[in-house]
Design a protein around this ligand. Structure first.
Ligand code: HEC
Ligand code: HEC
Length: 491
């Protein structure tokens, strides 16, 4: 044995020991909200099925006992059926705030002002259209998407010194707007396995004018279509240990899939798992909403306190504008407003599934499981007994996400202005309700930047860690792809 072989052997043994350590510590950490008996039952319920002859028990109730059975344009906009009378009133107030069109200060309606000076939209609902996803613009200014701008430091996108966290396409009267440009969609097609053609779009942002100076060539522009917001209360109610179970950054179990649980800070400065945002950058709904108020609309609140929003020090003229801060308040909206919006989001039910016992749907489900789509799109969870609201507690839910980040390959990666890849990681999106996307918003498309017009395109464009799944799928089920799509559409 040469010295090199000896060392390699030693190293392998070393890695083996580490794996055992990590696996055992992973197993050792289990939920603290359940007693032994309950834990056993829950683990039993959460086992992946191997019977595809009929639907599982409660499989159609994606959001648990209170799941809403409605289709059509408003399918995503209903609260759980299990809300109390008082909660229904709070839902209505929250809904009003989510749809409210904010205006620039000073205004006669003080409680509606504070917009800007730079902003992307005037209401949450303008982006999260009917509580569902946004879309790519045709020739109009981009409204229901965000373009993050800056340099990557691992997963973190650091703010640009002139433009801040993201481009704002709108500004209040008198303020210079940040950028003018156009979203371009290049229609492309590619061949998979030499005999399956996929059409898709390559989405680019063609900058015409940058009004506050040049961008560094190593900056990335990361375009993200607004994701849907129903069911997010249930995602927040998943126990951390259930997410960490699948965290496998170094792919120690060797299945080619290496999910990362992103660790971010919560409002108390403690480490928490990132669950929200396309790259899991925020840990909970209050922070996600607070940051949305400030960065997307320029409205300060107790969790994101700058009344000038995403304005940078280079954008001096911002600081000449009146803020919407009124007497006796430190921010433009108060804590109660933010809490009502969070309550609204928490109460939005994912839609009930359709056709769960249809033969093609069941066949498609089998293909989904056999192709190992479930390694990232985790079908089910039982939510925490300590969830924030009663209607979210201890529910069997079917979101089809692990909330982890995955390398999805070069094709989907973010690139910098020189075309170099800067980040390939994306959070697995929940798939519940996806089949109704186009009935809620006929212009809806799929994947983080909306490049896929159909669900099939979205699936076939998976690369990186999902490549094994797609290769298996094409090799074994090329003639049954529409059944897989029927299953995904039934979600
Ligand atoms: C300009 C469009 C826009 C506006 C306005 C907007 N959002 Fe968003 N929202 C987005 C985008 C884009 C993302 C993904 C962000 C990311 O990748 O970090 C997002 C993410 C979210 C998420 C996380 C969803 C998930 O499953 O990860 C929630 C919740 C949310 N927004 C709530 C709100 C609320 C509440 C408001 C109003 C205060 C709001 N948003 C305003 C575009 C918008
Ligand atoms: C390695 C993890 C992984 C595997 C395996 C995987 N996915 Fe995904 N899936 C993702 C991620 C991450 C995204 C988001 C990618 C993006 O937006 O660019 C995604 C996006 C999707 C979308 C689009 C969702 C939306 O809201 O736009 C669909 C549909 C989908 N996956 C279905 C499938 C199916 C079917 C399979 C099995 C053939 C599969 N996925 C396997 C991680 C995975």
């Amino acid at each position: 044995m040469t010295l090199k072989q000896f060392l390699t052997k030693k190293m392998n043994f070393f890695f083996f020991l580490i794996s055992i350590f990590i696996l055992t510590t992973n197993f050792a950490v289990s939920r603290t909200d359940l007693n032994k008996e309950e834990l056993k039952k829950v683990n039993n319920v959460l086992k992946l099925t191997t019977n595809f002859n009929k639907a599982e028990r409660s499989e159609s109730l994606s959001g648990g006992a209170g799941t809403v059975d409605k289709i059509g344009r408003n399918a995503y906009s209903h609260h759980f059926t299990t809300l109390s009378f008082e909660d229904r009133q709070n839902f209505l107030i929250g809904n009003g705030l989510f749809r409210k069109l904010w205006i620039a200060a000073p205004a006669s309606t003080i409680s509606s002002d504070g917009l800007g000076p730079l902003y992307n939209a005037r209401a949450c609902q303008s982006c999260h259209i009917k509580d569902g996803r946004g879309h790519l613009p045709n020739s109009e200014k981009p409204l229901s998407l965000v373009i993050k701008v800056g340099k990557y430091n691992n997963l973190n996108l650091t703010s640009d010194i002139s433009y801040g966290k993201q481009f704002q396409f709108f500004a209040v009267p008198g303020m210079t707007s940040e950028v003018e440009g156009k979203i371009v969609k290049n229609h492309l097609s590619t061949w998979l396995n030499k005999d399956l053609q996929i059409n898709y779009k390559n989405i680019d942002f063609n900058i015409k004018n940058l009004n506050f100076g040049k961008l560094d060539k190593s900056s990335s522009l990361s375009l993200r279509i607004s994701p849907p917001v129903y069911g997010v209360g249930l995602l927040e109610a998943i126990e951390e240990t259930d997410i960490l179970k699948k965290d496998d950054e170094f792919d120690l179990n060797g299945d080619g899939v290496s999910g990362i649980a992103r660790i971010v800070k919560n409002e108390d400065g403690e480490d928490s798992i990132g669950r929200f945002g396309i790259r899991a950058s925020t840990p909970n709904l209050p922070i996600q909403s607070g940051v949305a108020f400030m960065h997307d609309m320029g409205i300060s609140n107790y969790l994101a306190t700058n009344p000038y929003g995403d304005c940078t020090e280079q954008q001096e003229e911002c600081y000449n504008f009146t803020t919407g801060i009124n007497k006796n308040e430190n921010t433009e909206v108060n804590k109660e407003v933010l809490e009502k919006v969070v309550f609204y989001l928490s109460s939005l039910s994912p839609p009930k599934r359709r056709n769960v016992n249809n033969k093609d749907v069941l066949k498609g489900k089998e293909i989904f499981y056999k192709s190992n789509c479930t390694s990232c799109h985790t079908p089910k969870y039982v939510t925490s007994k300590n969830a924030k609201f009663d209607f979210l507690k201890f529910q069997l839910i079917w979101p089809y996400t692990d909330l982890l980040l995955h390398d999805m390959g070069e094709g989907l990666a973010d690139k910098n202005l020189q075309g170099k890849i800067t980040n390939r990681e994306w959070k697995t999106p929940a798939l519940w309700g996806i089949g109704l996307s186009k009935s809620v918003n006929p212009r809806a498309t799929f994947l983080h930047d909306g490049r896929a017009d159909t669900i099939l395109q979205a699936i076939l464009l998976h690369g990186g860690e999902a490549a094994n799944s797609i290769n298996y799928l094409i090799k074994n089920h090329k003639n049954d792809l529409e059944k897989l799509v029927k299953f995904v559409e039934s979600l």
